[in-house]
Design a binder for this molecule. Sequence first.
Ligand SMILES: [Zn+2]
Length: 189
Amino acid sequence: MSISNFMKKMMLVRQFSSDNGKITVYNVRLVTLAFVSLKEIQNEIMAKLGKGGVSILYNSAKKGGYELTKQLCNIMGISGPKAVELLITGCRELTGWGNFELIDYNSSERKAIFHVSNGPFAEVPGSVESCHFARGLIAGALTYVFNSEVDAIETKCASKGSAFCEFVVQPYANLDVSSKLVKEQLEKI
Ligand SMILES: [Zn+2]
């Protein structure tokens, strides 16, 4: 068993702390929970609220993604794609949200594309794109990095049989609001 290089570096710059039951990373408090609990939260919210539940899952994760990225950028003094790459490493090594890959990044258009393999919800077979937490994390992170509000749409999902989940990030105004995926994932309610 070994500590990843990412963890070693974070400890070196004192950005990982575990103190009397409180774990912080880049000054943001983290908690871990069994994935089965998270899956149950999503199932309960979706069962009780239907489509309205999607925005709760997405927006709560978006807030966390924004805050973590803001702290990371401020503390490490980085921005742009460099910050995104560090977040990707952090997600892979520390959070269990899967193996993120940045496929496309265009700051002038405020657009980015991510592929994510081994995401937790990928293990739950389904008929619709279901990685709302990951989608929110990405949207929140890129909203901070671009310094402008953006949203993310999951265009491929491993839970539907794709080899990876694909997330496309761009400003809401540039989205095709008549498309089925945008209606399902981002309908403003
Ligand atoms: Zn997915």
